[in-house]
Ligand binder design. Sequence first.
Ligand code: FAD
Length: 457
Amino acid sequence: MTTLLWLRRDLRRADLPVLLAAADATSDDVAVVFVVDPALWQSGGTVRRAWLAASVQATNDSYDGQLTVLYGDPRDVIPAAARRIGVTSVHVSRETTPFGSRRDQQVAKALRDNGIDWVETGTPYAIGPGTLTTKAGTGFKVFTAYRRAWSDHGAPAPAGDAEPSWRNVDSDAQALAALRAAQDAPGLIDLPEAGESAALGRWRDFLDEALGDYDTDRDRADRHGTSGLSPYLKVGAIHPRTLLADLGSRSGTGRYTFVSELAWRDFYADVLWRQPRSGWHDLTDALQHMPYDEVGPDVEAWRQGRTGYPFVDAGMRQLLATGWMHNRVRMVTASFLTKDLHVWWPVGASFFLNRLLDGDVASNNHGWQWVAGTGTDAAPYFRVFNPITQGKKFDPDGDYVRRWVPELRHLSGSAVHEPWRHTDGYREGYPERIVDHAAERHVALERYQSNRAATDR
Ligand SMILES: Cc1cc2nc3c(=O)[nH]c(=O)nc-3n(C[C@H](O)[C@H](O)[C@H](O)COP(=O)(O)OP(=O)(O)OC[C@H]3O[C@@H](n4cnc5c(N)ncnc54)[C@H](O)[C@@H]3O)c2cc1C
């Protein structure tokens, strides 16, 4: 009997345990399916939708053109397809986000009611959420302890290849139209090449050219010091297990730090799985009495990269132009919104989530909470990023700012970080600062003190 492999955040063919499971469970063939779920599709944002569509298309190539694309609510579509094709089991990589887990429980129940098995194998993580616990049996609250346990546990080796026969099933015309429309959206930015070969190519380039200096270069916004793999990890075009296996016997601080970043990804997924509410609410009550400002024109200036702070604006414009932003600049732009504009972090998190190719509730929203001071291991609230000194430190020659902010290209070197110090600084129309950072830092700290006082009462 046929088995059904339902791909979601695992859009690849290599190192895919669930493919082995689906192949092992049949003596006939495997139907491979992706579902365009209108609820997720509409909420995803143009850029992320287009990236997903391109990734699905590339996956179809990996599966020799045998990927079936269906349209509709998976709670209806998957059981209906399973009955129509006549499968004995449906195979998935375990989904651990609040939305995905809830949906899967309902799909699994509908299948089981029809006598069809639901089988979960693997997750999108090196070590899946819920696997690691403290001695007391609870989840880890701080990264350093999690990182130790994560290393001690170790990741499994990559899965081998499977070459089952594929069951050819017609795709829904509506699903194919949605994929096409997403990629033809008016005004869409240029996307990187999608798919697992592109991901592997990028990974090999990173190993050859950047891993050695990763520890120092990863913070430099003006260098290509990081892997750029996050959009591929997001859709599962490559799995962290593959990366860890390739790093194998390599040594050095670059390797150590890179592995730690993969552990951060797992850590945030674990935190979200244990506390699903933390996706859109403060993880801790550290700022429970914090007064926040309403969203107004300053937030719109932040969104458009027109705050008058060059490093912040360069980051926001990089995001709008490419669907990706350097990690250091994500921290600085998030700090600016939460501490200079005094806006609650979910406002920024949802803006990022819609525009990032790697937009991911666990990494994004906990990254925001880390900066805002409500999350795990949070930087103390009084550590407010200074957008000017951060720019000078992590873009010392100003190349990053000049790349993304054309109105400042006439300024040389680090002068771009302070156009107000130059008589011709605003010559090309760069906006004046919307707030005074020093003054707003003071306001943020005062609000924090009043929040503490209210908490202690
Ligand atoms: C406010 C804010 C929002 C963020 N939003 C996202 C998001 O939506 N999706 C996302 O994947 N990452 C997010 N990050 C984490 C980080 O910025 C990106 O993973 C990284 O910039 C991706 O670039 P890269 O692949 O070149 O990273 P590399 O430096 O090459 O790191 C390799 C991989 O490790 C993981 N990683 C690295 N840093 C982190 C981190 N701090 N937290 C979790 N995982 C990490 C990513 O999967 C990344 O691809 C966010 C960070 C902040 C501060």
